[in-house]
Design a protein around this ligand. Structure first.
Ligand code: BGC
Length: 590
């Protein structure tokens, strides 16, 4: 089952510092049992695809028992496996298979909230006092308690509070949910919550999981008294996020992770504008790494990409952790489609692209050219890279999902103003010339005709793994070649050396003057280890400045995102095509 490229994960305990991690959104990766929903059996059957990319690890979205109101981020039992996805036995087999092909396995953990179906929450609704102490059950405001306890809003739209009904039918307390009402927030000031979570960590670590991606990692602890956002008691920050008490929790988790040999690892999902705030989670006795959204938020403009590339290293340098990079995930519009429209002049929030839908028809060919350049951009960076499944096929966001099959709670909860995240979660196309593109196994229900849980577009016939496998110029071939070169030429390097960059943010000058002024307005370039990357974010070809050409004259092109992806070793050209990136290295290294 092993792919052509050896994983660089090796046996070191520091593998996570430079790992390329492939995000498996389980419902949409591959369906093993023919019900139209991806599962563990489907993933096991197609691990070779991930291994063939040369990835070091996979991150799997939550597979726990769940009513699936938020696609599994509503967990009813954190120490079980949802029957839709398989069994605990399947999970063990998957771990064995993955480890056999050199892939480590990270699982998603969701400590901020549970499902409303979790036994403790059900007991709480039935009036159980101990159950209530696991959650935030609070009397409402106003004489009748008719108003929510505070002004917090849910991440999916609407108030963060829902009123309960007492067992005798009278209106009761309100409970807190920072996401949907089906996801009550846990009360982390109740000691039993933390004790139970430690049990959960050990349960999966003992089974062989190598680490966790921590969902909403800057949530969990809420400010004392649950003050209104914007009130003097709340101070400058949101009282539901990034509270000081969180750090002791993660110190305790780190001790558990470090008690294993080799140690287990954590990656935090915590969206921060200020690198100092993320850095506090990455101290050596807390979490190992944390996502940084800067590349997700950066439009495809040289100055803004340059600015984004300086953000994760800032947090990492402050904490001694490696930077980690991501272009897309299961919560964002796929970057091919983000890049397929006119690019704003400022970084944007992750749902920005969804909310303007469908104001501007995407130019998917341009989006693909930029996405291919972005593949060379991200894989030429030091630190750890997270790829979202389907990035390697150049998939686009499916924006025309019929309203009646949309599943993301965001759609309903926003009053149909936000189409939600289904568009990036459409099941992968594997083979064949029509949906379900072998996502569903052929043996099931006669010829693999079961309907995938979200409809796949006809245009994906050109983007199946089967089609792209056979084409040297495909995006899949580009990713494979880039991974292989990355492993060889970047290795464990953790420094990025700027060759030059455009700055189109006059109010945000580069930290180092030498980074700027040398390139035209659309170019950026840097070197990591033995690999040099130059990217032209403009639409037109750009001439490389003479002094840079002289500096690069000893190098040859080893990979290019435009045209034929793998070039014969040709000298550094005088100009670089629009919306493209080049990789250069000393002769003989390609
Ligand atoms: C996850 C989302 C999820 C939310 C609530 C996020 O950060 O990535 O997919 O809906 O947490 O659990």
């Amino acid at each position: 089952m092993s792919g052509p490229l050896a994983s660089s994960a090796g046996s070191t305990t520091d593998w996570w510092r430079t790992a390329v991690v492939y995000q498996v959104y389980l419902r949409s990766y591959s369906d093993g049992d023919g019900d139209g929903i991806g599962d563990i059996a489907g993933l096991r059957a197609r691990l070779d695809h991930i291994a063939s990319l040369g990835a070091d690890a996979i991150w799997i979205s939550p597979w726990y028992p769940s009513p699936m109101f938020d696609a599994g981020y509503d967990v009813a039992d954190p120490r079980g496996v949802e029957p839709l996805f398989g069994t605990l036995e399947d999970a063990k087999e998957l771990l064995a298979d993955a480890h056999r092909v050199g892939l480590r396995v990270l699982l998603d953990i969701v400590p901020n909230h549970t499902s409303a179906a979790a036994p403790k929450f059900q007991a709480a609704l039935a009036g159980d006092v101990e159950g209530r102490s696991w959650y935030h059950f609070v009397p409402g405001k106003g004489p009748e308690g008719n108003e929510p306890p505070n002004n917090w809003t849910s991440g999916f739209g609407g108030p963060a509070w829902t009123r309960t009904t007492n067992p005798d039918g009278t209106p009761g307390y309100w409970y807190l949910h920072m996401f949907s009402a089906a996801q009550p927030d846990l009360n982390w000031s109740h000691p039993a919550v933390g004790e139970d979570y430690e049990k959960t960590l050990r349960f999966w670590f003992d089974l062989g999981i190598d680490g966790f991606r921590i969902d909403s990692a800057n949530g969990l602890v809420k400010a004392e008294g649950l003050p209104d956002l914007g009130s003097p008691e709340a101070g400058d920050f949101h009282p539901a996020w990034d509270q000081p008490g969180i750090h002791d929790i993660y110190r305790g988790w780190r001790r558990i992770a470090d008690s294993y040999d080799p140690p287990k690892i954590f990656v935090a999902e915590a969206w921060f504008k200020d690198p100092h705030r993320l850095a506090r989670y990455l101290r050596t006795d807390e979490l190992h790494t944390g996502f940084d959204a800067s590349l997700i938020e950066a439009p495809f403009r040289a100055g803004l990409l340059h600015q984004a590339l300086r953000h994760p290293p800032a947090a990492a340098n402050l904490a001694g952790a490696p930077p980690i990079w991501v272009l897309s995930n299961h919560d964002t519009v796929r970057h091919r489609t983000r890049y397929a429209r006119s690019q704003p002049e400022q970084p944007r929030y992750s749902d920005w692209d969804r909310k303007r839908w469908p104001d501007e028809v995407p130019d998917l060919a341009l989006g693909l050219a930029r996405a291919r350049a972005a593949a060379l951009l991200i894989l030429a960076l030091p630190g750890s890279i997270y790829l979202f499944q389907g990035d390697e096929l150049g998939l686009d966001e499916v924006e025309d999902i019929p309203d009646d099959v949309r599943q993301d709670p965001t759609w309903e909860q926003s009053g149909h103003t936000d189409p939600g995240r289904d568009g990036c979660r459409v099941p992968l196309p594997w083979a064949g010339d029509r949906a379900p593109y072998a996502f569903v196994p052929a043996a099931s229900g006669g010829a693999g005709d079961a309907t995938p849980w979200l409809p796949q577009p006809d245009r994906w016939v050109a983007s199946t793994v089967e089609t792209e496998n056979g084409r040297p110029a495909s995006t899949l071939s580009l990713y494979r070649a880039a991974h292989e070169i990355r492993h060889r030429l970047i290795g464990g390097q953790d420094k990025l050396h700027w060759l030059g960059a455009a700055v189109d943010q006059p109010d945000q000058p580069a930290a180092d003057e030498s980074e700027t002024g040398r390139f035209g307005p659309e170019l950026i370039g840097w070197r990591t280890g033995g690999l040099t990357c130059v990217l032209n974010a403009g639409l037109e070809p750009a001439v490389l400045p003479a002094d840079l050409r002289a500096e690069l004259s000893g190098l040859v092109v080893v990979l290019a995102s435009a045209g034929r992806s793998v070039q014969a070793e040709q000298a550094c050209p005088d100009q670089i095509a629009g919306s493209s990136a080049l990789w250069l290295a000393p002769p003989g290294e390609g």
